[in-house]
Design a protein around this ligand. Structure first.
Ligand SMILES: [Zn+2]
Length: 170
């Protein structure tokens, strides 16, 4: 792991910790502002500080506006087959009081939102329908399952050679 990675991680942990401290400070100040056993100036001071902290907390909150399931749509230019695979649930969030928007993955969609479908198009030259024509077999007795922790993903920069051309020399 690079120093940059740990610096980013530390920054994120610090930011998350700061948010939690702000939220707990806001709760304490709200209690003080509503505590009738305190004198009026102390309650007014707590109410003013609560408003300031609450505006900072609210500025860092996101509202979920859309839910979606992300699928890949794999087109095989070898045989023309199309395969769909579900990848993950996603949600679009808008920053409350701001203009920022973001898509993030989520374990489950928020209740009550219609679930849209997002399709990520992919192209392959050999799919599970035609792999046997190229000397590959999916689901044979010798299949090896790769542990999830070691899963590989296709690089966007990967370019496969011509599967119907002459073998490449190494
Ligand atoms: Zn195919």
């Amino acid at each position: 792991m690079s120093d940059d990675f740990f610096a980013e991680l530390e920054f994120e942990i610090t930011a998350q910790t700061a948010k939690k401290v702000l939220k707990s400070d806001a709760v304490k100040l709200k209690r003080q502002a509503l505590n009738t056993k305190l004198n009026a100036p102390a309650r007014a001071k707590a109410a003013e500080e609560y408003k300031q902290i609450q505006s900072i907390v609210e500025a860092n909150q996101w509202q979920v506006v859309r839910a979606a399931g992300l699928f890949t749509e794999q087109h095989c230019d070898g045989c023309g087959s199309v395969h769909y695979n579900f990848l993950q649930y996603m949600q679009e969030e808008h920053k409350i009081g701001g203009k920022s928007r973001r898509w993030v993955r989520t374990p489950l969609p928020v209740d009550g939102l219609a679930i849209e479908t997002i399709i990520q198009p992919l192209t392959t030259h050999i799919c599970s329908d035609c792999c046997s024509e190229h000397g590959l077999n999916v689901l044979t007795p010798t299949i090896r399952l790769m542990p999830v922790a070691g899963a590989l993903t296709v690089s966007a920069a990967y370019i496969q050679g011509d599967i119907n051309g002459a073998p490449e020399e190494s």
